[in-house]
Design a protein around this ligand. Structure first.
Ligand code: FE2
Ligand code: FE2
Length: 333
């Protein structure tokens, strides 16, 4: 790969370099033709690393994302709400599994990725480090957080890497259910008592800005965007996706009778987009660094769950040893 030239005999470097350039050009041509890249195909190391990084962050976000909502399963106000919430949280666990599996096709193990997460060395979406203080937060998360996730993830169904793109198709269908149940919950509160409307407004006010931050830093400060778009891992920039989300969500908030917690929000007739006030990127950086309201709590909960699940992994390994025909079960992370 890129380091091969370092090992080459003097005089051979030029030929290797030319061969590498030709391979890269053929790879780019395949991407440009919208062909899917599959696990056994040649790919640049940077492409592989970029994908591992992105898919791992995505997988971690799914399983850490189970925690803020799991917090309300025991307090759901009706059997119907409890069933819906349990189904949603289970879906998120499933999304984590599909994505860890997609990452494994790139030559990294799920166990290694989980280890990085538990050691505090991996990133996951900043949004899951905020607390769920009231029942209305469950509605706000479904509507806004899953809504933002859909904006981000629909284009990933066309990502150039086959296993990731295919995993996203099913994930997006489930995210759509998550968004709808959240909006329906908010609608119920918005049509309820004054106290319920106030609870919905309070949740919206707390989740709106963190949801806008989910799309990542503004394009001017995003290090990976250009190459990622050239390789069709990403199809839209962070700012484009954020704008789509704002334009779709503001009218929904108006329909719910909620006021947007941003005095600078306005409709810009020239661009035909809503414009928001500035985003506090200092807060975003702090949350990513580990200083958000719930970072420590989230990692502690994941570590505890991992330790409590040690017997399941041991049992899977023991079973695999007894039944070699089912050996893949031994890779349970
Ligand atoms: Fe998900
Ligand atoms: Fe979801």
């Amino acid at each position: 790969m890129y380091t091969q030239a370092l090992d080459a005999q003097p005089g051979a470097a030029g030929a290797d370099d030319a061969e590498q350039q030709a391979r890269l050009a053929r790879f780019q041509e395949r991407i440009d033709r919208d062909e899917k890249i599959e696990p056994t195909d040649w790919m640049p190391e940077q492409y592989r690393h970029m994908l591992i990084r992105q898919i791992a962050q995505h997988a971690h976000s799914e399983i850490v994302g189970m925690l803020p909502e799991g917090n309300w399963i025991t307090r759901a106000p009706s059997l119907r709400r409890k069933v819906v919430l349990i189904a949603k949280v289970q879906d998120e666990g499933g999304h984590g599994l599909y994505l860890y599996s997609a990452a494994e096709t790139l030559g990294v193990t799920r166990a290694a990725l989980i280890e990085q997460l538990l050691a505090g060395q991996a990133r996951y979406s900043s949004i899951f480090n905020y607390p769920t203080l009231t029942w209305a937060d469950i509605g706000a998360i479904g509507w806004l957080v899953d809504g933002a996730a859909i904006m981000n993830q629909i284009p990933l169904c066309r990502c150039s890497y086959g296993p990731y793109a295919r995993a996203m198709v099913r994930i997006c269908k489930e995210e759509s259910f998550h968004q709808r149940q959240g909006y329906e919950l908010m609608l119920t509160l918005a049509r309820g008592s004054a106290a319920q409307r106030a609870m919905a407004q309070d949740a919206f006010a707390r989740w709106w800005r963190p949801a806008l931050m989910m799309f990542g830093p503004s394009d001017a400060h995003s290090v990976h965007t250009a190459q990622s778009m050239r390789w069709k891992i990403k199809r839209f920039s962070n700012d484009e996706l954020r704008q789509k989300f704002i334009d779709a969500t503001v009218p929904q908030a108006h329909f719910l009778g909620l006021s947007i917690p941003d005095p600078e929000l306005r409709w810009d007739a020239a661009s035909q987009h809503f414009q928001t006030g500035p985003i506090d990127w200092g807060e975003f950086e702090a949350v990513l660094r580990g200083d958000g309201p719930c970072n420590r709590e989230r990692l502690a909960a994941r570590r505890e769950a991992h330790e409590a699940g040690a017997w399941v992994r041991a049992a899977a390994v023991a079973y695999a040893e007894k039944h070699p025909e089912h050996a893949p079960a031994a890779s349970v992370g």
